[in-house]
Design a protein around this ligand. Structure first.
Ligand SMILES: Cc1cc2nc3c(=O)[nH]c(=O)nc-3n(C[C@H](O)[C@H](O)[C@H](O)COP(=O)(O)OP(=O)(O)OC[C@H]3O[C@@H](n4cnc5c(N)ncnc54)[C@H](O)[C@@H]3O)c2cc1C
Length: 379
């Protein structure tokens, strides 16, 4: 077994979970090379901590050099080409050949897809964007804050609404809520269209705080000189402070590899295998029929790991992936709700919300602690 090599591209939710599970299964007898361009991981939700000044950026980074997992070799390198037929990958420093290749490179942001966004808008979907927006918000005193969801799909469907709810809290604390209007515009018919119940909870929470969700609106560009956004329908909306949830896309190297079709990598939903032998795609980079969120990336990675174990040991393949996961949504005031979703386990996707309650805030903190221990091998 010790001549087998699993190459994992991307050390996010999916890549870290996969590497940990292969390490557990083979105790170092299968080599795992885990490649990421960054030197540290951070949870998606920690961008909200940085945006609202609850934590500094340095405090939400989990450095990859702390990975202490048997058989796992982390390399900080930029993937520059992927040949899925040959399972050969080139980085800025090396070339790798793999028995099994797992593409777990997430979704990148296409800021240029929305002209005017970089000059005239803010975002909190990247850590540096969250830092810049935090500083810009400190200067905001009054006017309309417009949160625009610029494309679909995007990471963590509740996150634009969490941003709006937490923004409300911040403006209340600063004593300027009355001087501000908060509106969310998005292309979806409801905040989280897969379930009415969940959308209703979010709409109720927004409504109680005087925040409007304007549905079915596709923003095409910003005109920073007049502080207006232009809509596909031909109309325009004025803003004083614009926050964009950027258009998402696969990383450029994935697009040029031929792996993606219609924007994302098609996979067999049962086990996340691509149409190339020995190549899987897992997490946000894949068109796997779930929302793009870390918890689905993680549950998919578990199935991929079991499939790889079966492949190497000749065992039975795992049960098909159920596309299930539970993630948290902050409602403000320290209350956190838990969304339990299941995309593939039945005839139609289901999602229900538990809470919100202050107790679930502790659950959310525990979620991060357990992942850190499992992925990094520290306790
Ligand atoms: C504001 C916000 C809040 C969120 N809240 C939640 C939440 O509460 N719960 C939840 O489940 N999800 C949440 N998410 C979503 C979650 O962060 C993502 O869905 C999740 O990280 C996807 O995991 P992944 O492994 O597919 O990709 P990622 O975690 O994005 O990992 C992909 C990795 O690939 C690397 N990579 C990309 N290109 C290259 C290259 N060329 N060379 C080398 N490395 C490369 C990247 O550096 C990255 O580390 C949130 C996201 C945001 C933005």
């Amino acid at each position: 077994m010790d001549d087998k090599h699993v190459l994992v591209l991307g050390a996010g939710f999916a890549g870290l979970e996969l590497a940990a599970r292969i390490s557990d299964a083979f105790a170092g007898d299968v080599r795992v090379t885990l490649v990421d361009r960054n030197d540290a991981f951070s949870f998606g939700y920690s961008k909200l901590d940085v945006l609202f000044g609850r934590k500094a950026k340095a405090d939400v980074l989990l450095p990859y050099n702390e990975i202490a997992r048997e058989g796992v070799d982390f390399r900080q390198e930029v993937v520059t080409s992927i040949d899925p037929e040959a399972r050969r990958v080139t980085t800025d420093r090396n070339t790798y050949d793999a028995d099994v290749l797992v593409v777990a490179m997430g979704a990148d942001y296409d800021f240029a897809a929305t002209p005017g966004l970089e000059e005239g808008g803010h975002e909190y979907y990247s850590l540096s964007g969250a830092e810049r927006m935090r500083d810009a918000l400190a200067e905001f005193e009054s006017g309309t804050i417009l949160i625009g969801i610029l494309g679909h799909p995007f990471k963590c469907p509740p996150a634009p609404f969490e941003g709006a709810l937490l923004l409300h809290d911040q403006l209340v604390t600063r004593g300027i809520r009355q001087a501000a209007e908060i509106r969310v515009l998005g292309p979806m018919s409801a905040p989280v269209p897969i379930t009415k119940e969940l959308s209703k909870s979010i709409l109720d929470a927004l409504g109680e705080r005087g925040i409007e969700y304007v549905a079915n609106q596709q923003i095409t560009e910003l005109d920073p000189s007049t502080k207006t956004v232009l809509l596909e329908s031909g109309g325009s909306v004025a803003y004083d402070f614009f926050v964009g949830i950027p258009v998402h896309r696969v990383p450029e190297v994935v697009a040029s590899s031929g792996l993606a079709v219609d924007g994302w990598i098609p996979v067999d939903r049962a086990n996340l295998a691509t149409r190339f032998a020995g190549v899987y795609a897992v997490g946000d980079v894949a068109a796997a029929g779930t929302a793009k969120a870390g918890v689905f990336a993680e549950s998919a990675a578990a199935v991929v790991a079991d499939d790889i174990v079966a492949r190497f040991t000749g065992g039975d393949p795992p049960e098909p992936w159920d596309g299930a996961g539970s993630c948290y949504i902050e409602f403000g005031g320290g209350a956190v709700g838990k969304i339990e979703a299941n995309f593939h386990g039945g005839p139609a996707p289901t999602a229900r919300i538990v809470g919100p309650s202050p107790e679930l805030a502790a659950d959310k903190a525990e979620f991060g602690t357990t992942r850190r221990a499992r992925w990094f091998g520290s306790s």
